[in-house]
Write a new protein. Structure first.
Length: 124
């Protein structure tokens, strides 16, 4: 799969999947042996199962998310994609803003991803 197509599919699926807490659709974007790092100093999640656990944990306590992903910036088989989420975390309104960096295999599956993000209370 063309990396631009893979990156746009990744952004669109994450936007829809996060909005609807559809972890399965998001997990299908990752290769079986993919590695995901959420924040630079956390240990990586290795393998689709560990990534699935992380995604489901991330959705716990979050309600009414409004999610937007920007158009991916693609170079070779890598993409950078900004995102913003307005939601409630255990009843408190929060805004999360960040960027995901992704590398794709020839089938369009993510093989390495890493996020940088920040949250603040309230909807910014």
């Amino acid at each position: 799969m063309d990396p631009r197509t893979a990156a746009q599919r990744f952004a669109d699926t994450w936007q829809h999947g996060w909005t609807h807490h559809d972890a399965d659709s998001i997990i299908a974007l990752y290769a079986d042996d993919a590695e995901h790092t959420s924040m630079p100093f956390r240990p990586p999640h290795r393998g689709r199962g560990a990534i699935a656990d992380y995604i489901r944990w991330s959705f716990a306590g979050e309600t009414d998310p409004h999610v937007t992903f920007a158009t991916p910036i693609v170079d070779g088989d890598h993409a950078a994609i900004e995102f913003r989420v307005h939601a409630h975390d255990n009843g408190t309104p929060v805004t999360l803003a960040g960027c995901v960096f992704a590398a794709f295999d020839t089938h369009g599956l993510a093989v390495r991803t890493r996020d940088y993000w920040h949250t603040t209370e309230g909807h910014q």
